[in-house]
Design a protein around this ligand. Structure first.
Ligand code: QAP
Ligand code: CO
Length: 171
């Protein structure tokens, strides 16, 4: 089922998500709905809070070398923790909850993460490249943060100005 995506400045996007405690059929349905919603909205990553569910769940599905978004590359991430970060990298990010706005964000270049898959199996990985960026972006959602909060003061002002204009046009 395709769910509705919360859009900035919806206050629910600022909630701190809680750990998943049951790796059951309800969790699997939620993960399936998140995937369907992300694909329908042409995203490469989605956190559960973006569909109003304050649980520590995110999915990432990057495109491959041929530009194809293959379901076998989908990663489902539950209760993630970053145990190590190194380096710095700037990437122009976007977000399904901030549609139409993209800006440069600085994040760690490499990370070590620990999380659980949908079956409750523990996964430990070292990530770099776009996957590391996507993981950090999605994990920020679990803490109630959006990428626009990481912009410089001037860029944030530019965003707020563009967003006000956009809300008027959309109405
Ligand atoms: C997070 O972002 C991300 O503005 C996922 O109109 C960001 O899927 C991962 C999207 C940067 C890695 C690098 C944004 C779709 C999708 C829009 C997304 C839009 C339609 C964003
Ligand atoms: Co996002």
């Amino acid at each position: 089922m395709i769910r509705e995506i919360l859009v900035y400045p919806d206050k629910r996007l600022r909630l701190k998500s809680k750990d998943v405690t049951a790796f059951d059929a309800q969790l699997h349905t939620l993960l399936d709905d998140m995937y369907e919603t992300m694909i329908a909205k042409e995203g490469i990553g989605l956190a559960a809070i973006q569909i109003g569910i304050a649980k520590n769940i995110l999915i990432i599905n990057l495109v491959d070398e041929e530009g194809m978004q293959q379901k076998e590359d989908l990663i489902e991430v539950i209760n993630p923790k970053i145990t190590h970060k190194e380096g710095e990298e700037v990437y122009q990010e976007g977000c399904l909850s901030v549609p139409g706005y993209y800006d440069d964000v600085k994040r760690a270049e490499k990370i070590k993460v620990e999380y659980y898959n949908r079956f409750g199996e523990k996964i430990v990985q070292e990530l770099d490249g776009l996957l590391a960026i996507a993981m950090q972006h999605e994990m920020d959602h679990l803490l109630g943060h959006l990428f626009i909060e990481k912009l410089s003061y001037l860029k944030r002002k530019k965003f707020e100005k563009e967003w006000k204009k956009k809300i008027k046009v959309d109405k």
